[in-house]
Design a protein around this ligand. Structure first.
Ligand SMILES: *[C@@H]1O[C@H](CO)[C@@H](O)[C@H](O)[C@H]1NC(C)=O
Length: 261
């Protein structure tokens, strides 16, 4: 009896921490490498291409003027098509509280700075990113967790997006190659691509332009294991950039970029 009680108490103490997602074997297949393997907690399918997507929001200017902003982490199918809103029952309506309750205040502050929307509240934007894309990542299904409680997988998702984003500092990568925001200068697409490839295992990410000006970048990965603690391997985008090959603009954000903190 006493022993059972101890275990129970221990269980309760452990529960303060987040539930743990399964650890996948080192032999886990790389996503998109097998047509015959079906989705599991260690094989991301059908969305085996994970894209860490970022904005360059200069009109209006959103977020710090020396950083691109986070858009999200999207599971595209291997051919570039994609699913959306895969589980209505997990469309959480208060990400801010979910993160606070998980003790993720530092993460939340980071998101308030680097993951801002240009047309809705940050909370709405985060809810949308989770509901539309996050719920389609099958390796973070609740069934892949021990001691799962509602929302644990979304907390892991937001932490992972930020962790990945921090390894993909587009602004600094371009700056290191002399490519800086400027109202007058224009750049070659190839020089922009190779500057960003330097932070993506030498592989060119997808750049999007609007009116010949940089507006977004997508970094593509395959994963082995699950999307939280699995390994990300850079890969090519299935799409070609819509930017012109030369004369690409990179307009500065206004110096008083609004922060919605
Ligand atoms: C990821 O890479 C690490 C280091 O090489 C390895 O120990 C681990 O087993 C790998 N995990 C998967 C799921 O491939």
């Amino acid at each position: 009896m006493a022993r059972a009680f101890t275990l129970l108490a221990l269980g309760a103490a452990v529960k303060v921490a987040l539930a743990d997602i399964e650890t996948c074997p080192a032999s886990s297949l790389l996503s998109c490498s097998s047509d015959s393997s079906s989705a599991s907690c260690c094989y991301e399918s059908p969305g085996g291409l994970l894209l860490q997507t970022q904005f360059w929001d200069y009109d209006p200017s959103i977020g710090p003027s020396d950083s691109w902003g986070i858009h999200g982490l999207w599971p595209d199918n291997c051919d570039g098509s994609y699913q959306e809103s895969c589980d209505k029952s997990r469309e959480y309506d208060d990400i801010t509280t979910l993160l606070k309750n998980a003790g993720k205040t530092e993460l939340l502050e980071y998101m308030q700075t680097y993951w801002q929307s240009d047309d809705e509240s940050d909370e709405d934007f985060w809810e949308h990113e989770w509901a539309e894309h996050g719920t389609c990542i099958n390796t973070i299904d609740p069934s892949c967790y021990t001691d799962y409680e509602t929302g644990d997988e979304a907390v892991d998702f937001f932490q992972k997006v930020v962790d990945l984003f921090k390894t993909l500092d587009t602004y600094s990568a371009l700056e290191a190659a002399g490519i800086t925001p400027d109202n007058d200068a224009t750049y070659k697409l190839s020089e922009i691509q190779s500057a960003a490839a330097a932070i993506h295992s030498g592989i060119t990410p997808y750049f999007e332009c609007e009116d010949d000006a940089l507006s977004a970048v997508y970094y593509y990965f395959y994963i082995s294991g699950n999307a939280i603690n699995g390994n990300y391997t850079a890969t090519e985008s299935p799409d070609n950039s819509n930017c012109p090959s030369s004369g690409v603009k990179y307009p500065p954000k206004s110096s008083n970029s609004k922060s919605r903190k």
